[in-house]
Write a protein that binds this ligand. Structure first.
Ligand code: LLP
Length: 386
């Protein structure tokens, strides 16, 4: 055992694989339960897109969370893991008919609708089944989040949501449709947000909208503020549990809720990032002209975040105790962007050593691909190994 990894149990497993430390996952879920418990009328829907490993999902469901889904596949994964349909919300700019029908058949809590054409189709499909679909409208709040450009979603230029100026018209339109019922507003400004000021800006926008809608006697029963809370990728051990107290407190204090209004959250990354590591084996150490490369059996097909977003993940040699040397840590894929980290300090590394790429529980396994005809990585939770 070096650090928190049960290395003796890793010996027989085929690398690369994801390892989920359920002790950390449970501590994270406990922290969420505690902080949300302080807020009246609040529901947390875990964003399945961050990680849909069945055992991870079942653990999350045990803590009473609902599910935020963006596809029929995610709805199926949520149902299989035992999430209650009345705690499932369904978002996404492009919902296919079969996906809408799946949601209708299971009586999910609501559809987060992103356009008028989508609203019309949901109304038609619900009419065909003789049911009424509950809908929230996803508002594009035009709030800038201070994060990577690829993962901001709430600005006017993004494809997400309905423009601020159109919302009232859309609510009016829905009120004349027989098979949809407007129940609230949905927002999401981006991901990996650590500046509480961004969430404060969102709350201010929500408050402005509420005043505007009240003037027109529109009642909002539910406010869904989306997800987005970031994690500390630099120090996965020092700050394994994100600051949920600050996050929930900021939003709950700033949003001026009306009587009986329910507040919904959709955290993804902050729930699962720190419990997961990608474990891989060193295939070769290669001397370049002026640097040395540690070549792993894991590549960008297993964890694409560094290649796609230039994301930082802490990298550790979990089997060597030798003095530190510096390496570029790369994968075997035929792409120059298949690099996990440049000039990384590792204990002197040799063929066969195990490398952990940390904070990989969110948007890791689920974004894996088979490029280069690779096999998808397996995910193990702690209980699998003991
Ligand atoms: N709700 C909605 C409507 C979303 O679009 C997202 C994430 C979430 C909730 C969850 O956000 P979180 O709490 O995880 O920040 N693949 C990227 C992240 C994409 C996030 C997409 N939407 C990455 O690896 O950083």
């Amino acid at each position: 055992m070096k650090g928190q990894f049960p290395i003796d149990k890793f010996g027989t497993l085929q690398t690369p694989f994801y390892y989920y430390d359920t002790r950390i996952l449970r501590q994270t879920l406990e922290a969420i339960r505690q902080e949300v418990g302080k807020i009246e009328n609040a529901v947390v829907h875990y964003a399945i897109k961050a990680n849909a490993n069945p055992q991870v999902l079942r653990t999350i469901r045990e803590y009473g969370l609902g599910a935020d889904c963006v596809s029929g596949g995610e709805i199926k994964a949520a149902l299989q893991a035992g999430f209650s349909p009345d705690k499932i919300v369904f978002a996404g700019v492009g919902k296919a008919d079969w996906e809408i029908n799946l949601g209708l058949d299971h009586g999910i809590f609501c559809f987060n609708v992103e356009s008028i054409p989508e609203l019309e189709i949901i109304n038609d499909l619900a009419a065909a089944k003789g049911v009424v679909a509950k809908v929230e409208f996803r508002v594009n709040p035009d709030v800038k989040a201070h994060t990577h450009a690829n993962i901001t979603t709430g600005m006017a230029e993004n494809k997400f949501g309905i423009a601020l100026g159109d919302i009232e018209y859309v609510i009016e339109l829905a009120s004349h449709m027989q098979n949809v019922k407007f129940i609230g507003l949905h927002f999401h400004i981006g991901s990996q947000i650590l500046d509480m000021g961004d969430f404060a800006a969102l709350c201010n926008r929500v408050n402005e909208l509420q005043i505007q809608f009240e003037q027109h006697h529109i009642k909002i029963d539910n406010i869904n503020v989306g997800g987005g809370l970031g994690v500390d990728y630099q120090h996965p051990n020092r700050q394994a549990i994100p600051d949920f107290r600050e996050y929930f407190k900021t939003i709950n204090t700033l949003i001026k809720r009306r009587e009986g209004q329910v507040l919904h959250f959709e955290p993804g990354r902050s729930v699962v990032a720190q419990c997961g590591s990608l474990i891989s084996k060193v295939l070769y150490v290669k001397q370049g002209t002026n640097k040395q490369f540690a070549i792993l059996d894991a590549g960008m097909t297993d964890l694409i975040r560094p290649a796609l977003y230039q994301a930082y993940h802490k990298i550790e040699n979990i089997t060597s105790e030798l003095p530190i040397e510096t390496y570029d840590v790369v994968g075997p894929i035929c792409e120059s962007s298949d690099v996990f980290g440049k000039a990384v300090d590792l204990n002197k590394t040799s063929r066969g050593d195990l490398i952990a790429i940390r904070s990989a529980g969110a948007y890791g396994e689920i974004m894996a691909s088979q490029y280069n005809c690779r096999t998808l990585p397996h995910g193990y939770v702690t209980e699998d190994l003991f």
